[in-house]
Structures are given as structure tokens and as C-alpha cells.
Design a protein around this ligand. Sequence first.
Ligand SMILES: C[S@@+](CC[C@H](N)C(=O)[O-])C[C@H]1O[C@@H](n2cnc3c(N)ncnc32)[C@H](O)[C@@H]1O
Length: 163
Amino acid sequence: MKEDQIIFKPIGTILSPHTDQNQTPIQPVYAQGIEGRIVVNAEFIDGLKDLQAFSHIYIFYHFNQSVKTKLLLKPFLEDKIHGVFATRAPHRPNKLGMSLVRLVRIEENIIYVKDLDVLDKTPLIDIKPYVKRFDSRDNVSSGWQDDVREEDAKKRGSGNFKL
Ligand SMILES: C[S@@+](CC[C@H](N)C(=O)[O-])C[C@H]1O[C@@H](n2cnc3c(N)ncnc32)[C@H](O)[C@@H]1O
């Protein structure tokens, strides 16, 4: 492997009802209740020990259906151009996605989740528990997102307004 390359091997697959990029909610917060399954490859099953006690997990995945990279783009929630790193857009140089989803239950190597904003058959790269002590922040600034009205975000974020 070259020093400037990182090779990830998927640890599983995300199964979801979303099959159309244009109809998929843009974040878990706009995908309330949408159920899916994360099938973890059998060789990693020991790594799931004790995960079921967490209410939320981060899933990291490959935006495998993103075919382009854009450093400047209009995000789903605003018609102004921003740098890709100031957005959560899929068309990034390294196509890494991250969603904070609700953990419902775990049966063997299958994690049942809710609030999915991910396309069906997306390759899973990692799972981490949401830990309030580590991850919650006060005095937050969300940049250009602070200018987007919540009612507009809800409408556009649900996925039906992307077309
Ligand atoms: C704005 S991104 C945000 C994803 C994630 N919550 C994040 O912050 O990284 C969500 C959009 O990515 C697209 N998407 C989801 N899964 C994808 C995949 N496997 N390949 C390409 N695009 C995908 C869908 O159009 C979805 O609406």
C-alpha cells in the first residue's frame, strides 16, 4: 500500500428502504422512525458486545453511489454555494458518510435501527456509540445553517423537495 493511500474494508452493509438518492432524507433528524438494518459481517460479531445498552450509534459508511467530487456546491438546504467541508454533502473527496441513528435492538450480527438517511446496500465502515458526556456541546455555532429556517429545513430535509 502506498503511504498516501488508506484502504478500508467494509465491516458490513446498511439495509434501508431508501433506493432513490433524490428521495432520501438528508439527515436522521428528518428521517424520524424510518427503519433499517445494519448487517455486520460475522467475523466482527464480538465487537458488538455491550453495544445494545446505547440508545444511539454513529454509523460511518461509504457514499458508494456518489459519482462526483465537488469542492464548491449548493447543499440541499440552501441555494448558495459553500465549500464541501462546510456541508454534509455526499460529493466529497473521500466519500465518508456519518449518521447518528437510534439503536432499536441487536440480534446476533444484525442491528435494527431507526432514523436512517442512508441508501440501501451502503457499505458500512465503522460503528461508534453516541456518548452524551463526549458528544454533547453547549454554545454551538452552526455557520450558514443558522440562517436556514427550521420549517424550510424540515421540508427540504425530508427528501421530497430535492428534485
Ligand atoms: C446530505 S447526506 C448526509 C449523510 C450523513 N448524515 C452525513 O452527515 O454524513 C444525505 C444524503 O446522502 C445521499 N446518500 C445516502 N446514502 C448514499 C450512498 N450510499 N451513496 C451516495 N449518496 C448517498 C442521499 O441523497 C441522502 O439524502
